[in-house]
Design a protein around this ligand. Structure first.
Ligand SMILES: NC(=O)c1ccc[n+]([C@@H]2O[C@H](COP(=O)([O-])OP(=O)(O)OC[C@H]3O[C@@H](n4cnc5c(N)ncnc54)[C@H](OP(=O)(O)O)[C@@H]3O)[C@@H](O)[C@H]2O)c1
Length: 256
C-alpha cells in the first residue's frame, strides 16, 4: 500500500506535458482508474498534437492548460484556471527541461560558455520549479498527502561529477535541487502534508537525450513508458521523511 492509495482519486498536474517524459506521465496517469483529473501544462496547445489526440479519448478527465513556466503571469493564470475546476491537486509533476536545440549544444569547454545561454538553462531548468512551488502551494494544501516532484538529472549531482562538461545544464540542475530542497523546508511548515522531491529518470529515449545516446548500452536506455512507470513507483514509496530528497529511478538516494 503506497502513498497514492492514501489519496482519494488523486488529481495531477503534469508540466512540460507536450512530449517526452511529461507526455508519458499524462498517458500513464490517464490510464490509471485510481487517478482523477489530469491537467497537462504545455507552452503551445495547438502544437501539442499528442495531447489533443488524448483529449479525444479521455474528454473531461484531461484539461490542457497553456503554461510556459518562464512566464509568471501564465503560472498565475494556470493556478487560477485549475482552482476554478478543483480545489485540490495531489501530484504536480514538473517535467520541464532544456538541454540543447538546433542552435545550441551543451558546452564541452569554458570557451563555449556564454551568459545568455547560461541564463536560459537556469530560467527553464531551475527557476521554473521555484515558481511552480510559489504559485501552486494553495492547490497542494489539503488534508490528504500531496506530492510535488521535479525531474532533475544525475549530472546535477556535484558529488557524482567526474566527467565535467555540460556547465549550464549541470549547474541548472544543482540549482533546481537546492530550490526544491529549500521549498520542501518551507512547505513542511506551511503545507505539511506535501512531499517535495527531485528525481533522476535514468537516460530515457526522448528528443532531449537523442544526440547523446550513442554510447549508452541498450539496457541503460529506458523507454519513456519504463521511466515513467519507475518514477511513479518511486513516488508511491515516499514518506514525509523523504521530502527535500534527490532520488534516482530505482528509489536510491543520489549524492548532492
Ligand atoms: N531524457 C533523458 O535521458 C533525461 C535524463 C535526465 C533528466 N531528464 C530530465 O527530464 C525532464 C524531461 O525531459 P525529456 O527527456 O522528456 O525532454 P523533452 O522530450 O525535450 O521534453 C522537454 C519538455 O519541456 C518542455 N519545456 C521546455 N521549456 C519549457 C517552458 N519554458 N515552459 C514549459 N515547458 C517547457 C517542452 O515543451 P515544448 O514542447 O513546448 O518545447 C517539453 O514538453 C527534463 O527536466 C530533463 O532535463 C531527462
Amino acid at each position: 500500500m503506497g502513498l497514492f492509495s492514501e489519496m482519494s482519486r488523486p488529481n495531477a498536474l503534469v508540466v512540460g506535458a507536450s512530449r517526452g517524459i511529461g507526455l508519458g506521465f499524462v498517458k500513464q496517469l490517464l490510464a490509471r482508474p485510481d487517478f482523477g483529473l489530469v491537467f497537462a501544462g504545455c507552452r503551445s496547445i495547438e502544437a501539442a498534437t499528442d495531447l489533443l489526440a488524448l483529449q479525444q479519448d479521455y474528454g473531461d478527465r484531461l484539461h490542457l492548460i497553456p503554461l510556459d513556466t518562464t512566464d509568471e503571469t501564465q503560472l498565475e493564470e494556470a493556478a487560477a484556471k485549475i482552482t476554478g475546476i478543483t480545489a485540490n491537486l495531489h501530484l504536480i509533476m514538473n517535467c520541464v527541461g532544456w538541454l540543447h536545440d538546433a542552435d545550441y549544444q551543451p558546452e564541452k569547454a569554458l570557451r563555449q560558455i556564454n551568459s545568455e545561454q547560461l541564463l536560459r538553462y537556469f530560467q527553464v531548468n531551475s527557476i521554473s520549479a521555484a515558481l511552480l512551488a510559489k504559485h501552486f502551494m494553495g492547490l497542494l494544501k489539503h488534508s490528504e498527502p500531496s506530492l510535488f516532484a521535479s525531474i532533475s538529472a544525475k549530472v546535477g549531482s556535484i558529488g557524482d561529477n567526474e566527467l565535467g562538461g555540460w556547465y549550464g545544464y549541470r549547474a541548472s540542475k544543482v540549482a533546481l535541487n537546492m530550490l526544491m530542497k529549500t521549498s520542501a523546508i518551507e512547505y513542511s511548515r506551511r503545507c505539511p502534508n506535501a512531499i517535495l522531491v527531485s528525481l533522476h529518470p535514468g537516460t530515457t529515449d526522448t528528443g532531449l537525450s537523442m544526440p547523446f545516446q550513442k554510447g549508452v548500452p541498450p539496457e541503460k536506455l529506458f523507454t519513456v513508458e519504463r521511466s515513467v512507470g519507475q518514477l511513479l513507483g518511486v513516488l508511491d514509496g515516499l514518506t514525509p521523511a523523504d521530502s527535500g530528497g534527490f532520488f534516482s529511478w530505482d528509489g536510491s538516494r543520489l549524492p548532492w
